[in-house]
Ligand binder design. Structure first.
Ligand code: AMP
Ligand code: GLY
Length: 427
């Protein structure tokens, strides 16, 4: 089969790497892809939001399956775009319908869905600019810290946590009145702060049944010891030691089953990945957020632990056979270290030559923000997150040592990375 992956990050390189190992794969295309994906398939210079361009590519290249990496095209309705077009409606898109994608595209929608379906989450209320006084009254009834969330997509920056009421009120004004996040902050969700430890749980679903993928713990802050600004993710580890059997059973009973049942009951078409951003509070799971896609860098960490042919599983989403599949996992530990550009998550330079990628032998190198140089021979930086290095080991420590050995070898000007990935969960 011919497959098109949409996206250009480490997640998409990891998916391309996995699909390349499938006997089902004929030709692989990635739009727009990066220097890493170009060694596994054909990159197509197309924006993930250019639906007409994607349609003509799908027809021209006789694509049999479209796998959507990032959330934006899903929230913009790529699934519905395919379903509503007679020429391409038979081509399966891995990802939810536009309505299903609201689980990530609108925090207010997600909170209301969780409340309707009895899914544990922080107590919250949503406010518009007309309700700003009520919002402030709600804030003053909460205990610090205060959590404010822009309703819509805000490139991962829409969650603000404030320690004082004065600061929280000012943030609320900024979001609702000064449109700090544009349309995304026309509504703001204010919620109770939950104190616990976070993890990412993933399932693949056909909207009816679901299969659990390996879980991961992501390291979001730029600096060691979880300090400094939030990033897309600086590394990840899988499995997560504190996600023990008793906890995961609670996740299944209280979170996953009610979510998939909720989709079914509410008639929401959903054939793709669900990413549960969870927090463990006194042994119990609460949903911090839903994402309607795989995580990045979690994908680079969990994909190497999946032994099953993922492409085969994805083809089952449209013919009711998902229930017949088993996801087999490698018991080893995987640890990913993300190499980023100097200055990230603020401004950073691009176009810097990356060397010594071929010196890494015992780890997997997934490209995130890279592109080929003008000669087509070399690789240069093109994003904030540049290279994800994943290693498998019999212990977290073994995987960690391998990843850090490889991280030291790869080189470009301003190479930056956290040196404490996985240290907090070493057993
Ligand atoms: P998000 O952009 O939704 O992933 O949120 C960013 C981060 O904010 C999360 O990863 C959590 O660390 C934090 N966060 C969000 N909601 C809460 C909450 N209710 N209590 C504590 N921390 C939260
Ligand atoms: N690593 C978190 C995310 O993909 O949203």
């Amino acid at each position: 089969m011919n497959v098109l992956i949409l996206g250009s990050g480490g997640r998409e390189h990891a998916l391309a790497w996995k699909f390349s190992q499938s006997p089902l794969l004929n030709q692989l295309f990635i739009a727009p892809g990066n220097a890493g994906t170009s060694s596994l398939g054909t990159n197509i210079p197309l924006s993930v939001n250019d639906f007409e361009g994607i349609k003509s590519t799908v027809l021209k290249k006789e694509i049999d399956l479209v796998v959507v990496g990032p959330e934006e095209p899903l929230v913009n309705g790529i699934y519905d775009f395919f379903k509503l077009d007679a020429l391409i409606r038979h081509i399966p898109v891995v990802g939810p319908s536009k309505l299903g994608a609201q689980l990530e595209g609108s925090k207010d929608f997600a909170k209301a869905f969780m409340k309707r379906n009895g899914i544990p989450t922080a107590a919250s209320r949503t406010f518009t600019s007309a309700e700003i006084q009520a919002g402030k009254a709600f804030l003053s009834a909460l205990r610090p810290p205060y959590v404010l969330k822009a309703d819509g997509l805000a490139a991962g920056k829409g969650v603000i946590i404030c320690n004082s009421l004065v600061e929280a009120e000012a943030e609320l004004d900024d979001m609702l009145i000064n449109s700090r996040f544009g349309k995304a902050s026309e509504k703001v969700v204010i919620e109770e702060f939950l104190n616990g430890i976070e993890l990412s749980v993933f399932v693949i679903t056909d909207g009816n049944t679901w299969k659990l993928l390996p879980e991961a713990k992501d390291y979001k802050r730029i600096g060691n010891g979880d300090t400094g600004p939030n990033t897309g993710g600086m590394g990840a580890v899988s499995p997560v030691p504190f996600a023990d059997e008793a906890f995961m059973q609670k996740v299944v009973d209280r979170v996953i089953n009610p979510t998939i049942n909720g989709l079914k009951i509410e008639g929401i078409d959903y054939k793709g990945f669900v990413f549960f951003g969870l927090i463990k509070v006194n042994g119990d799971p609460f949903v911090i957020e839903y994402n309607v896609r795989l995580g990045d860098p979690e994908t680079e960490t969990i994909i190497p632990r999946i032994k099953t042919d993922l492409l085969e599983v994805l083809t089952s989403l449209n013919n009711g056979t998902l229930r017949n599949h088993t996801i087999e996992t490698d018991n080893r530990h995987a640890l990913t270290v993300m190499l980023v550009s100097a200055g990230y998550p603020g401004d950073y330079p691009k176009g810097l030559e990356i060397t010594s990628l071929n010196k890494v032998a015992d780890s997997l190198v997934f490209h995130a923000g890279t592109t080929s140089d003008q000669s087509g021979e070399g690789v240069v930086t093109s994003g904030g997150r540049v290279i994800a290095i994943t290693s498998l080991g019999a212990s977290i420590t073994e995987a960690r040592d391998l990843s850090y050995k490889a991280a030291a070898k790869v080189d470009y000007l301003g190479k930056t990375y956290r040196t404490d990935i996985g240290l907090d969960v070493v057993n």
